[in-house]
Design a protein around this ligand. Sequence first.
Ligand code: AMP
Ligand code: MG
Length: 329
Amino acid sequence: MVTKVLSGEKAIEEGARLIQSGEVVAFPTETVYGLGGNALDPNSIAKIYKAKGRPSDNPLIVHVSRVEDIDPLVKEFSEINRRLVQEFMPGAITLLFPRSELVPIEVTAGLGTVGIRIPSCEVARQFISACGVPIAAPSANASTRVSPTTAGHVLEDMDGRIPLIIDGGECQVGIESTVLDLTSDIPTILRPGAVTAEMLLSVLGTVKTHEGEVLSSAPAPGMKYKHYATSVPMVLAESVNSLIAEYDEMSGRGLKVVALVRSESVGSMQGRNYIDIGATDEEVCRNIYKIMRDAEKEYGYIVCIHLGFEGVCASVMNRLTKSAGGKVV
Ligand code: AMP
Ligand code: MG
């Protein structure tokens, strides 16, 4: 299969036509690129799992372009969910609802709940709207690989496996959506993202946070798989000093090492290979997957500075910790 990369109106038209004929299409969102298929068609869903090599017990998020399109997909739309939708959608959050009969069991990996999101990315919403059906979409990477934030990243993983990638440029948020479970007793963040616990507290009285632990007491289904991993070893460094010590030690052993550091620490690198991951937390979040992909191509060992757990950093650290297999120096 030839994989086309198109942008603009033509891409959306072609993408919608493919979706309607049961194909899968990669498309941009503000979080990461998604690999979309008709959420109401089990055959399309099977193609998504196949293209990604994704285990079938890892559920997909259903994307819609308008709030009113949520209703047919859910059995119950509680008052609290309505308020969350009003406050945070469109945006980088996925809410879990009791699943209606309309949603095939393949989408939710057999669960009674369905995760629903309305992307804020214009291209994403135009595409979904043109399709005329809800779009089930996981991230458009091959299973276990770093999520794609450009069309080029998608092509690296999906070339020859899907007919079309809609190119909408770089993703503006850069990590996957926050997944919030309101079907449990206490609202629980299953996966942290750009919509933080602090932000959710403005609507919810209580929220169980993820706080960057590698495993939470209620991990999201699918979290037991290795996720977000670079193809070369990576470790986190608690300080610039420990980063330099690890760098020098591993270089001494003959590895081609790269340091991922914040802009403020670039001056301390003194002739060592480094990538500037950004000055602000938002910049780091937006760039981190691209940088991980760039780093794994050129280097054999990655040492990344610890970001702390303030705000969106907790969410980025969640991914980095997984990629590093929990290893901190
Ligand atoms: P991805 O689209 O690749 O980021 O993967 C979607 C993730 O959303 C899954 O791995 C789960 O962690 C989460 N998710 C989606 N639907 C549900 C659901 N019904 N219940 C719990 N978690 C879900
Ligand atoms: Mg994913």
